[in-house]
Design a protein around this ligand. Structure first.
Ligand SMILES: C[S@@+](CC[C@H](N)C(=O)[O-])C[C@H]1O[C@@H](n2cnc3c(N)ncnc32)[C@H](O)[C@@H]1O
Length: 436
């Protein structure tokens, strides 16, 4: 909508709302509506207009169908308490991940790589669920994550249920490494493992709660700290370097491409302008700048929080080179899989999910344009176990290619209950691929 027509719409709304809220008086020009009330009323009116528009589109059958499958798995609060640090850390879509690698419905899991150990929530649950596991490889660039994960994995190994299992004979190898180097990590535990391949690989992307909740790491929008944002504290590039010394056009590019921020040009100019006054050195400095340039009405009264979230996301992606790393690593992970092995990826924003979706299609050698609703769609991954047919009910639609099968034609998203209990899970998308 052009700026001028936006103003006209808002002005009309103000007028209409003034009619509604006007006290009984004859002199309309003397009407004074407190600005907070006016603003709230305008927001409500705009929301209800949007709702009406949605209803009209729905009635005309023009509403886009959601391209996802909401998990119908029951949310297991008890498991979350066992494998998470409620409320500071909760492994996202834990039950769904356990289903993907289930030895009851799929096959025994002898080797597993967790590319993103974090606090070890998923890892310890996988270890507990698979006494047949022989090799476990954990990776993370963050030493804090290793400390937490190691402790949790140790307690999983010493739990009564695990240690009493006659099959348990697990070797755990944890590497303080970027998952970009998964091949070298797997070969370090024995060259043969690269040849044989691993049965299961998990990537749970993004930041851990330990990182977000520590203001000194600079990830949190709502806490003051240094403009750091490195997941790997040994890495050289920090958010502060980008803001204070990257070329102006590059700053604009990351805001636009990695933050998908529509107001990127103004922000770019202000960030570069701030360099004339000593630059930005804390997350509060950056937030103050964002508040200054965020239109008060955009996205509601606290529109700046949404802008800040997008700006922080852009910086974090750039600092950690997240998208390039993800693309390269997905291919390396697929190469590391044994025939029939599975790779599961949980992503948290559309840029990541797009990469996972497209790379999976490239990996199985299938073109996105060839895939329509209904085509290549089935759930024929039924296993026979002891004469009993076991169906993996979480698999709804698949895409078959020459190198593998995408087991989630549409990504799986958390159950409504999980979303309610863990806000961070709301944007999670789980995609799974199986190698031929
Ligand atoms: C969402 S957390 C994982 C949480 C974990 N699944 C759990 O249950 O506790 C993501 C972790 O991945 C790590 N990470 C992100 N990018 C990485 C990369 N390229 N290589 C290795 N670790 C990475 C982060 O440091 C963070 O600890």
């Amino acid at each position: 909508m052009a700026a001028s027509s936006k103003i006209t719409v808002t002005a009309k709304l103000v007028l209409r709302l003034r009619d509604i809220t006007a006290p009984t008086t004859n002199c309309s020009h003397s009407l004074i509506v407190p600005s907070s009330v006016t603003q709230r009323s305008i927001t409500t009116a705009i929301t209800s207009q949007k709702k009406k528009k949605k209803q009209k589109l729905a009635a005309a059958g023009l509403v886009k169908e959601k391209r996802r499958t909401r998990s119908d798995k029951e949310f297991d609060k008890e498991a979350i308490l066992r494998y998470g640090d409620n409320p500071s850390h909760i492994p996202v879509m834990l039950a769904e991940v356990l289903d993907v690698f289930s030895s009851t419905c799929w096959r025994p899991l002898h080797s597993f790589v967790d590319c993103t150990l974090g606090a070890g929530g998923h890892s310890s649950a996988i270890i507990n669920a698979h006494p047949e596991l022989k090799f476990f490889v954990g990776m993370d660039v963050d030493p804090v994550a290793h400390e937490k994960a190691q402790a949790r994995i140790n307690s999983a190994l010493h739990s009564d249920s695990y240690s009493s299992s006659p099959a348990s004979d697990l070797k755990v190898y944890n590497f303080l490494k970027n998952f970009r180097h998964i091949k070298s990590a797997v070969s370090k535990i024995g060259e043969q493992h690269l040849d044989i391949g691993v049965d299961g690989i998990l990537m749970d992307l993004g930041m851990s709660s330990m990182q977000v909740d520590n203001p000194q790491r600079g990830f949190g929008v709502l806490s003051n700290g240094p403009l750091d944002m490195r997941m790997d504290p040994q890495a050289s590039l920090q958010a502060e370097d980008i803001l204070n010394s990257w070329p102006s056009a590059e700053v604009g590019r990351i805001l636009r491409e990695y933050g998908e921020e529509s107001n990127w040009r103004t922000l770019q100019n202000k960030i570069v302008e701030a360099r004339l006054h000593g630059g930005l050195h804390s997350t509060s400095d950056l937030l103050d700048l964002i508040k200054l340039v965020s239109p008060p009405m955009k996205g509601g009264r606290q529109g700046w929080i949404k802008t800040a979230t997008r700006v922080f996301q852009a910086l974090r992606i750039a600092v950690n080179d997240e998208l390039n790393t993800l693309k390269d690593s997905l291919n390396s992970c697929f190469e590391c899989l044994a025939p029939g092995g599975r790779l599961a990826v949980i992503s948290f924003h559309s840029l990541e999910d797009r990469i996972v979706k497209q790379t999976f299609l490239d990996m199985i050698k299938e073109k996105a344009s060839n895939i329509d609703e209904g085509e290549n769609c089935d759930n024929d991954l039924t296993e026979m176990r002891g004469g009993v047919e076991e169906k993996e009910t979480w698999i709804k639609h698949t895409i078959h290619g020459s190198n593998g099968i995408i087991l989630t034609k549409r990504p799986i998203t958390p159950s409504g209950e999980e979303e309610k209990l863990n806000r961070r899970s709301r944007s999670a998308k789980l995609r799974v691929i199986q190698k031929h």
